[in-house]
Design a protein around this ligand. Sequence first.
Ligand code: FAD
Length: 423
Amino acid sequence: MAVLGQNAYHTETVKIAVKRRPHVNYFLTEEQTMIRDLAAQIAREKIAPRAAELDESGEFPWDVVETMGKSDLYRVFIPSEYEGLGGGCFEMCLAVEELSKACGGIALCYAASALGTIPIILFGSDEQKRKYLPRLASAEIIAAFGLTEPNAGSDAAGIKTTARADGDYYVINGTKQWITNGGEASIYTVIALTDPTRGVRGSSAILVEKGTPGFEFGKKENKMGIRASATRELIFQDCRVPKSNLLGKEGMGFLVAMRTLDQSRPGVAAQAVGIAQGALDKAIEYSRERQQFGKTISSFQGVQFLLADMATQVEAARALTYAAARAIDGGEKDVSRMSAMAKVFASDTAMKVTTDAVQVFGGYGYMKEYPVEKMMRDAKITQIYEGTNQIQREVIALNLIKESVRGAARAASGGNGSATAKK
Ligand SMILES: Cc1cc2nc3c(=O)[nH]c(=O)nc-3n(C[C@H](O)[C@H](O)[C@H](O)COP(=O)(O)OP(=O)(O)OC[C@H]3O[C@@H](n4cnc5c(N)ncnc54)[C@H](O)[C@@H]3O)c2cc1C
């Protein structure tokens, strides 16, 4: 992996700026340590001071995106031949985790661009990559990913948006709902039916640029949490897009979506770990200051045990998230299960730990003057988007059963694994 470029935000000071390290050694390379520390510094200096204000206003944090862009943070998961730093899912997770400690919403502006960029990295032609990746790497533009529709959430196969072929163009009609970075992003991967008669097998992934006639945005959603991120409808009415914008081949839309989500879910897990760690840090700090019965509340065993459980859960979530990201970057074939496990465990942890953080703060934790109620609101979405945790548990179970069936077939065939082929 290449090193962070000349533009890196305060590159000189980054190496020494962050004293706090996780207690567990995750064997980060020097470059990975720099990425983590750089993201931590941006989180501390640029995000934390604005988190509460942007949570209230819901304004999109373009100034922070610009800082992250100038600091090369958007390059970390983009291949070096397209002006990235050549890292992968793991480097993206390190950045998302640190940003999320300060604000899950602002971190999502970064993570959702990664979600929109992954299909181009995985399925784009060299021409498509040359056209978009360098600009995404510098954050001159950001990306988004549009799969969900009003009547197709968990049941993504139920999408109705169509992309009818017309000469050298597709004509797109339909509505995508709750698209993160919607309206702010310049490039969208849209999953649409190029052959509605074939259902999900007739779906395709098509790149659509903002500003294309017939492509409009709905109102910005007013959300419970992650309020600094933008969530909007994508509305297509006879939107003509050149066929050269197709990612992969026609009929591969669902595959593009599922492979993309497999690779991006550790990013949601990292967001959850970051939010949970941020809440834990605040809870520890507060417990050392707040006095009741003439003592700091950190001296009470009831509070100590709460903090101990919170810290243990966060570390376990981090370990699983890093393992999933490393499995993806290591080129493991079947990553759906690991990716889903990381997302489920980390997001459930974030919900629990942020709720417990509010408990440690007592009544003050329930007030907007203190940061933990926002963290609890921000954590909730990680159990819902990129596939709800119910659906992720289904993915995990189906993979377990499939692996068990394969194992049984291998055993029956004397261990050479070719039982099906023999039949
Ligand atoms: C803030 C936000 C940002 C988002 N960003 C994006 C984005 O950028 N791009 C994008 O494409 N989508 C995005 N989404 C959509 C998100 O991925 C969906 O909301 C999610 O997949 C769930 O779909 P749904 O909300 O329609 O819930 P539903 O599918 O209606 O589910 C409702 C409930 O039923 C449960 N359920 C459904 N089916 C089953 C089943 N078979 N077994 C057990 N339980 C089941 C669910 O787990 C859930 O609890 C976003 C959503 C939100 C809220």
